[in-house]
Design a protein around this ligand. Structure first.
Ligand SMILES: *[C@@H]1O[C@H](CO)[C@@H](O)[C@H](O)[C@H]1NC(C)=O
Ligand SMILES: CC(=O)N[C@H]1CO[C@H](CO)[C@@H](O)[C@@H]1O
Length: 462
């Protein structure tokens, strides 16, 4: 009997194993997932939160940048959003399963031939016909290249809107953006869910030099220009040249035909990346919807970060505070040599701390002002640590503008915390003399962290 059993047992075990495997295989079919295990985009909809296909994201690029910009963008965009992703360029290409549209192909041949602004487009088409490497289209001088692309962008603007609508008509929302913009989709879906898509809505980030625009248009606006006024876009062909930039072309058309202006959305939509956002009291619990100037490595970090958050389904909307804890807190923030100057820098003036130049000692009038720290980086660091509002400093080897009444200074103090970046020493011309400009930067991490820990962005039950 015993020996008999011994034979049967392994057999039974095998049968059990096979049926168990079968059970797991079947139950692994993705229909029976617990709701919490699913990525945000696939969960049962919360009322008011839109579904991915209700927002068309249309990304504009140019042929010579397509290969460097589009593959990372597509890989780092969750597949739940692929159906609603459109790629718009200036020659027809494919990037894997995606088609890049040539949005300029509706201009007439004579318009393209006779218009000097279309030079780059003409060359792009020639290169495409003769299989010349598109990288050779680019100007060597980066500023010149920017100028060429900005000119072409003016002609793309309305045609980009048009093509987006024609490919995906009648969707509640259209987001027009660029490859270096990262969209935090769950926040975008819940934010736009609070507006009526059939009203006239036109949102954008405040214009900033060198920053991409993220533009949001409602179905109401799109219908008014695409369906109610079918001749509008062709009519504008000959009115484009005089405009300063692409955004102005769009704002002019929407203002003159619909009497609407862009509603600026900031800081939810901004030109910051996690490395350049000025973290602090003015920018902490705000939700992050779109960031621009994103290098690919940070896009990749964001992809991982958002995945980690999926596994914590009770997390609230991603806000700037989350970015600080994820990207800055783990960093060693001891003083760094050859580190960028984000304590000065245009666009950050409102956080700069003014120096108390008149008095040696603080009085009521000079409250909040800092002791000058021109002498050395150590003096600058000490000036920061002695000022209760200061969370970071940078020290330049030659005086540099502070963009406020501080004038030119070596020491730059700030009330907001930015990460910045490595910056190599450079030769500069200071009133006729050559000098080497280097930057050193430091942070008051402990001070900032104790402030950060006292903040409560999330709903009280968490
Ligand atoms: C345009 O909009 C403004 C502000 O909404 C309004 O005051 C004005 O009357 C409008 N003009 C026309 C012509 O509709
Ligand atoms: C981000 C920033 O403000 N960078 C500035 C650093 O300083 C150089 C000049 O040395 C500026 O050109 C950058 O804009």
């Amino acid at each position: 009997m015993l020996s008999n059993r011994r034979v049967i047992r392994p057999l039974r075990f095998l049968v059990l194993l096979v049926s168990l495997c079968f059970f797991y295989w079947v139950s692994g079919f993705p229909r029976t997932y617990d709701d919490d295990e699913l990525p945000t985009s696939l969960r049962i909809p919360t009322p008011g939160v839109l579904e991915p296909e209700q927002i068309i994201v249309s990304v504009k690029t140019t042929t010579s940048d397509s290969w460097s910009e589009l593959p990372p963008l597509v890989v780092l965009t969750d597949s739940a959003y692929h159906d609603s992703l459109l790629l718009m360029g200036d020659s027809r290409l494919t990037v894997g399963p995606f088609t890049v549209e040539d949005v300029l192909d509706r201009y007439t041949d004579s318009f393209v031939e006779d218009n000097p602004d279309m030079e780059r487009y003409r060359r792009t088409l020639e290169f495409a016909h003769s299989s010349v490497d598109f990288a050779e289209l680019k100007e060597k001088d980066r500023r010149k290249e920017k100028g060429v692309l900005a000119t072409l962008d003016k002609y793309k603007m309305l045609r980009w809107v048009e093509r987006t609508w024609l490919l995906r008509p009648e969707r509640p929302w259209y987001v027009l953006t660029e490859p270096n913009v990262h969209l935090v989709r769950p926040n975008l879906l819940s934010w736009l869910g609070t507006f009526d898509p059939d009203g006239y809505h036109f949102f954008a980030n405040p214009p900033a030099p060198d920053a991409a625009h993220t533009i949001v248009l409602s179905r109401g606006v799109m219908k008014a220009i695409m369906v109610d006024r079918p001749d509008l876009i062709p009519y504008y062909d000959n009115n484009i040249r005089g405009h300063k930039n692409a955004f102005e072309v769009l704002t002019t058309v929407l203002f003159s035909t619909l009497n609407i202006t862009a509603t600026m959305v900031w800081p939810e939509i901004s030109d910051y990346s996690p490395a350049t956002a000025p973290y602090g009291p003015g920018l902490w619990c705000d939700h992050v919807i779109a960031m621009s100037n994103m290098p690919t490595d940070l896009m990749n970090e964001m992809w991982h970060f958002e995945r980690e958050r999926w596994n914590r389904p009770n997390d609230d909307a991603l806000c700037f505070a989350d970015l600080w804890f994820r990207f800055m807190q783990p960093e060693n923030l001891d003083p760094r040599d050859n580190w960028d100057n984000l304590s000065s820098g245009t666009g950050y003036e409102q956080w700069n701390i003014l120096f108390d130049r008149k008095r040696q000692h603080h009085s009521d009038e000079s409250a909040g002002r800092a002791k000058p720290g021109e002498g050395s980086w150590e003096a600058c660091r000490d000036s920061c640590s002695e000022n209760e509002f200061c969370v970071q400093w940078s020290y330049s080897s030659v005086p540099m503008p502070n963009d406020n009444e501080n004038g030119e200074t070596r020491c730059h103090l700030s009330r907001s915390m930015k990460f910045g970046q490595h910056v190599a020493p450079q030769q500069v011309d200071r009133s006729g003399e050559k000098a080497t400009l280097t930057w050193k930067s430091g942070w008051e991490k402990e001070r900032f962290q104790s402030w950060a820990r006292q903040q409560r962005c999330k709903s009280p039950q968490n």
